[in-house]
Design a binder for this molecule. Structure first.
Ligand code: NAP
Length: 478
């Protein structure tokens, strides 16, 4: 029996995806650069389904039914190119090469174009859910041609997470669309984690609530509109006690957050698109500050705080919950708005309701809220921004007084809340009738003759600042 699919790259992610495929009844051909990983997988889990052991890419290719499906799960970057280069001469027209690692979408676009020129399909697939998800059902975001999805989609849908019988996998769009959406998912994940961190800091440093008690508060929050995987695991982490010292676990962990780069990629891409993902950006920068431990040590000794002794608002815990909800929603709104900008730039027909539905299970940002986000984009009257969907106009609007109290209190107490506050600034920035951008346009025209538009007249204008200050019609350079 030829195999339905081949997997090359059997480190933790590839091995778990291969096992997931086999457990779901597919025959899986296995390959790894060094054969030890293949044999280790077969020794430990060979009885979980039908596997074919191969030692070379030629053997792997020869073991597959046509059109061939070869899933690459190696280290992102140059290793993917190396494997693709070795595979291509072995394949026939119509075969499908799948990259399910965390590749940058621009690499995926480049590889897709190169393989399309050779009559091959290259499919970049975003996979979220970590090791556990890969084994038991991840959220899957495949890009590439629609034709390739017809041959590949049924396998991916079967191994994905499911909600109410619906797979958390659907064709996202051509070329790098799948990896782009996965990247933005990770950007939202960064912001979601940071707002939870800010809530914890406010409750700890502001209200003096110890981690064990906070674990109970987070468990309570997890029953309502904040219900999500990240709130659930935050409760678990906060409730954990360090066995060595008996202290709360969060107190013995170095407060310097690592990152692998997908949050940074999101912000870099957003800058190129001119997409204001301020909350996501602040969450990446917050990890940056946390890692500047030497500077933090000096600042703690030298920089004045002048924190004001403020009375906490009466229902501070509830206020923080509402501020967390509103800030989290802004991060989703910014991420989805970035997808809309990218869809225009790259010619993708991204369906935001479908994307929200894929994130409901299997991935790190899975949350109750996604049901409402899905509903917001269903039907023809799609909101220009998630915040304009009637349900969110209402729910975020109701949280605004608490949100302002929390940000104001945090500022007085000297507790940094970069995502709470930048999200509120974004919300207010959108609402504001007149922005100071008018003054900026004036400055730009004065120092660089960059021109400006007028509120009362069509056209492009320039004031002759160093002359008689008369206004002239100008060629648009702003
Ligand atoms: P990894 O540590 O990123 O990569 C190790 C694998 O790559 C090994 O199989 C290794 O083969 C192979 N490899 C490296 N260079 C190679 C080359 N030049 N030619 C052929 N094979 C090469 O593995 P991983 O942690 O399982 O991650 C795989 C991918 O999934 C990455 O893109 C990673 O970013 C992504 N990932 C995703 C998630 C998620 O939640 N979606 C989580 C973790 C990782 P040898 O055994 O021969 O060295």
């Amino acid at each position: 029996m030829p195999a339905h699919i081949g997997v090359t790259g059997l480190a933790v992610m590839g091995a778990n995806l291969a096992r997931n495929l086999a457990r779901n009844g597919f025959t899986v051909a296995l390959h790894n650069r060094s054969v030890e990983k293949t044999d280790a997988l077969l020794a430990a889990h060979g009885d979980e389904g039908d596997f074919i052991r191969t030692e070379s890419l030629q053997e792997l290719v020869d073991s597959l039914e046509k059109p061939r499906r070869v899933l690459i799960m190696v280290k992102a970057g140059a290793p993917v190119d190396a494997v693709v280069d070795q595979l291509v001469p072995l394949l026939d027209e119509g075969d499908i090469v799948i990259d399910a690692g965390n590749s940058h979408y621009s690499d995926t676009r480049r590889r897709e174009a190169a393989l399309a020129g050779k009559g091959l399909h290259f499919v970049g697939v975003g996979v979220s859910g970590g090791e556990e998800g890969a084994l038991n059902g991840p959220s899957i975001m495949p890009g590439g041609s629609k034709e390739s999805y017809d041959a590949l989609g049924p396998l991916l849908e079967k191994i994905s997470a499911h909600v109410d019988g619906q797979p958390c996998c659907a064709w996202i769009g051509t070329d790098g669309a799948g990896h782009f959406v996965k990247m933005v998912h990770n950007g939202i994940e960064y912001a979601d984690m940071q707002v939870i961190g800010e809530a914890y800091d406010l409750l700890r440093s502001g209200a003096g609530i110890e981690p064990a008690e906070q674990a109970e508060i987070f468990q309570e929050w997890n029953k309502g509109e904040l219900s999500s995987f990240l709130i659930e695991i935050s409760a678990e982490v906060l409730g954990h006690v360090d066995a060595k010292t008996g202290k709360p676990f969060v107190d013995v962990v170095v407060d310097s957050a690592g990152q692998k780069g997908t949050g940074r990629w999101t912000v870099q891409s957003a800058l190129d698109l001119g997409s204001p993902v301020s909350g996501i950006a602040e969450s990446v920068f917050a990890r940056g500050i946390s890692s500047q431990r030497a500077q933090r040590a000096i600042a703690q000794e030298t920089l004045a705080g002048h924190e004001a002794g403020v009375a906490l608002p009466e229902n501070f815990v509830e206020d923080v919950r509402q501020a967390l909800y509103a800030s989290k929603l802004v991060s989703y709104a910014q991420g989805l708005d970035m997808l809309t900008s990218a869809a225009k730039e790259y010619g993708w027909d991204l369906k935001l309701d479908e994307i929200a539905s894929l994130w409901r299970a299997g991935c790190i940002i899975r949350a109750e809220l996604l049901k409402d986000i899905m509903a917001a984009y269903k039907g023809d009257a799609k909101p220009e921004n998630l915040l304009f969907a009637p349900a969110f106009v209402q729910s975020v609007g109701a949280a605004v007084p608490a949100w302002r109290r929390v940000v104001a209190t945090a500022v007085q107490l000297g507790i940094p809340v970069p995502v709470f506050s930048s999200s509120l600034a974004y919300y207010d920035g959108l609402r504001r009738k007149r922005l100071p951008a008018a003054l900026i346009q004036g400055q730009r025209d004065l120092f660089g003759a960059h021109t400006y538009g007028r509120v009362d007249e069509e056209g492009t204008f320039h004031t002759q600042w160093s002359g008689d200050r008369s206004e002239v019609n100008a060629v648009d350079t702003h």
